[in-house]
Design a protein around this ligand. Structure first.
Ligand code: HAM
Length: 418
């Protein structure tokens, strides 16, 4: 049977050899600091009851109103592919009673998320996030630690051209006071119908309007930061103080608007300078009412989601990912049957001590195999023939420099890069 080639659905990110090592490296680098701070893995389904996101993320958001992949399953239930991670984590924390033990509950996750957005560079319909959530305590030191964990991930990759933007959305009382004045201000603007509808649902969204005339019109709008009550102000001040202590630099952005409705208090975004329109490489904040809105007890929480696809693009744009980091340590070319047996044994032993070792299979001869070694970018190559087997020594050739040295097979391990 033959037919037309089938392609991946529009706007999904996928990683195949050539780039998948770099993707894996970025993902693991972003996870590592969370593990070192005692966060534990939570592995959740990629689809959930649609109601979870309606209630958790908010009907007024683009994510819920326009971008969800929602379908009816075979039992007639409304199911949605997760557009973000926090609501699902909270659902699971409540369902498993994790909030009945030691607080804060500290969780990390990594995986695919789905939003039906208009695809463009750095904006996909299936994308990959690494996230953490710390649930159950209001301590501003946790806010600072969460932010510092994200920052360490970026720093460990060597990223430099990004900034951390910070704001506080205050508590319910602060937000209510600001909302009254903001709505008054907006009434005085000459808005088209759609914009004024948006303003009614959530007036803060107007700060996110990308149109020049709207940006201008919003210049004089009252800012939430100026409405923080004493408690919210004190909390935020402490967070900034702790960040200073840890030497995590930030800028204040009182006009920040996050795309999800659950945020309260400390809110932040990491923005990369070389990524153009889709410059947000990560973001997060507090969500003090979320657990209760999902039927749990009244506990606060804070967390972040980092966009692994975008962090990879950022790392590539900064030129900080070295190909060598992913190269095989050794490529073994066996010539003849006894050599092949020996190659399998050498490879097995070296792999057992952590080396990346490949063998030239298929009896392609010396020339073909050397070409293959070059193609896969192996650091060293050895050729095993009758004389090498006889002397138990090999010529260890460094592929880039072309230099080679005679080495005992038994001591190969010491000569490979550490
Ligand atoms: P978010 O800001 O919607 O937050 O997403 C976090 C990150 O995911 C973004 O900064 C971006 O890097 C990446 N991202 C989002 N949408 C796309 C897309 N369509 N294509 C590629 N990358 C994308 C959240 O999702 C919250 N759950 C974060 C959080 C956790 N807040 C508290 N806890």
């Amino acid at each position: 049977m033959s037919g037309q080639k089938i392609q991946a659905p529009k706007g999904v990110s996928e990683y195949v050899p050539g780039r998948s090592n770099a993707f894996e490296f970025v993902r693991n680098s972003l996870i590592a600091p969370a593990k070192r701070a005692g966060y534990q893995l939570i592995e959740l389904p990629v689809f959930e009851d649609t109601e979870l996101f309606r209630r958790g993320v908010g009907e007024s958001t683009d994510v819920v109103s326009k971008e969800m992949y929602t379908f009816e399953d075979r039992g007639g239930r409304s199911i949605t592919l997760r557009p973000e991670g926090t609501a699902g984590v909270m659902r699971a924390v409540i369902e498993h009673g994790l909030d009945r033990g030691q607080l804060p509950v500290k969780l990390w996750y990594a995986g695919q998320f789905f939003r039906a957005e208009r695809p463009q560079a750095g904006r996909y319909r299936q994308f990959y996030q690494v996230g953490i959530e710390a649930i159950g305590l209001d301590d501003p030191a946790i806010d600072a630690e969460v932010i510092a964990i994200a920052d360490s991930g970026f720093k460990s990759l060597g990223l430099r051209k990004y900034r951390l933007e910070m704001t506080s959305l205050g508590d319910t009382a602060s937000r209510a006071a600001h909302r009254v004045d903001l709505l008054k201000f907006i009434e005085g603007l000459d808005l088209d119908e759609a914009t004024s509808e948006r303003a009614k649902m959530n007036p803060l969204r107007l700060f996110d309007d990308k149109r020049e005339e709207m940006k201008k019109a919003m210049l004089g709008a009252p800012l939430l930061m100026d409405y923080l009550n004493a408690e919210s102000k004190e909390h935020f001040k402490k967070v900034l103080g702790y960040l200073d202590q840890m030497e995590v630099s930030y800028v204040l952005n009182p006009r920040m608007v996050r795309g999800l409705d659950y945020y309260t208090g400390t809110t932040f975004e990491f923005v990369h300078e070389l990524l153009g329109a889709q410059s947000g490489i990560g973001g997060g904040g507090r969500y003090d009412g979320l657990m209760q809105a999902l039927g749990g007890q009244s506990l606060s929480g804070i967390g972040f989601g980092l966009g692994v696809d975008r962090v990879l693009l950022a790392a590539e744009a900064e030129g900080i990912l070295s190909e060598d980091a992913f190269a095989s340590d050794l490529y073994i070319i066996p010539l003849g049957e006894p050599a092949k047996e020996m190659a399998l044994k050498i490879a097995k032993d070296l792999r057992n001590v952590g080396k990346i070792v490949e063998i030239a299979f298929g009896d392609r001869g010396l020339k073909g195999s050397m070409k293959a070694a070059d193609k896969i970018g192996a650091t060293y190559v050895i050729v095993l023939g009758d004389s090498e087997l006889g002397s138990a020594t090999v010529e260890l050739k460094h592929m880039k420099t072309g230099e080679s040295s005679t080495v005992k097979i038994a001591s190969l391990q010491q000569h490979l890069k550490p």
